[in-house]
Design a protein around this ligand. Sequence first.
Ligand SMILES: [Zn+2]
Length: 111
Amino acid sequence: MSDQPRQTAILQCSFCNRECEHEVHYAGRILAHAKCSACGTVMQQSPNVLRKAYIKDLEHRAATKPLRLVRRILSDPGYLFTGLPKAIRRQPKKFVEEAKELRDPNKHPDA
Ligand SMILES: [Zn+2]
């Protein structure tokens, strides 16, 4: 089970066709799966498609990180001494949580 806080979104279920709350899980910025609160149907991408999309997005995140970091520090210089150290400490756990979302749910049903 993920340690990430529970996230929800109002989506239209492709099975029961209701517009209702879904529990959503992301791998980075990529929607990994969504579970309908009305009927329990889980909508998800295939693990291979999800992994490819995640890696492509991760490459983009890594390539744009220096510029995003400079912008953040210019707009909030205090971030360099307060927010940045905390963000760096969170990175290993963040990537572990993202990797958990990439697992094949058929091989890890309780993940
Ligand atoms: Zn549903």
